[in-house]
Design a protein around this ligand. Structure first.
Ligand SMILES: [Zn+2]
Length: 196
């Protein structure tokens, strides 16, 4: 992961937002190769191993039943035209990161619990987390949830981390939106909501 990302990350403990700091570690350029990120509020420490931040063990989720939607559909629905900022891709949706990076310039992708074939790069960072999208509230320009993460609790996490007016795309059609997300559309295996 890149050092600039630390100030957007949030530890998984339920307390006020505070950016994380690199307690110990080894850098390669701007990338943290391994080390420890510390939370100044709860004193929690999180290992960075193989450029992946480990906030907690991956949850036990089923394998996705359907293939991912086409990347150009996801790109159209997430509605990002301008460059910059962060987009969270959860579970199998992280497989979209290389192609989305070619379509949305200058965005950095946070891959949460990505499949093993997703590797870190200059356009993406990898994190493992049991139940949260480990970003501070209202920091993220877009969220894509893989089908296997189409649950109320992960949708609520999407609503928490999104900037107002920005969208979450879920690779699953039948969803009840949580508080704070307004349904925009559903169809073709996807559901889209906007943060109010
Ligand atoms: Zn903490």
């Amino acid at each position: 992961m890149f050092i600039e990302l630390a100030e957007y990350l949030k530890c998984p403990v339920d307390h006020e937002d505070a950016f994380l700091v690199l307690a110990t570690g080894a850098m390669k350029g701007r990338a943290i190769r391994y080390g420890t990120l510390g939370c100044p509020v709860c004193r929690g420490e999180y290992l960075v191993v193989q450029q992946t931040v480990r906030f907690g063990p991956r949850p036990d989720v089923p394998s996705p039943a359907r293939p991912l939607p086409p990347v150009d559909h996801v790109h159209a629905l997430i509605g990002l035209e301008s460059p910059g900022g962060y987009v969270a891709l959860v579970g199998s949706a992280a497989l979209l990161a290389p192609d989305l990076a070619g379509l949305i310039r200058g965005v950095h992708f946070i891959c949460v619990n990505p499949p093993a074939e997703v590797t870190p790069s200059i356009t993406r960072s990898l994190v493992e987390s049991t139940a949260t999208i480990p970003m501070r509230g209202s920091t993220t320009r877009g969220v894509v949830l893989g089908e296997e993460y189409a649950t109320a609790s992960w949708l609520a996490e999407g609503a928490r981390v999104l900037l107002r007016g920005q969208r979450v795309v879920v690779c699953h059609e039948d969803l009840a939106p949580p508080d704070g997300l307004a349904a925009m559309s559903s169809g073709q295996g996807m559901w889209v909501g906007r943060k109010d």
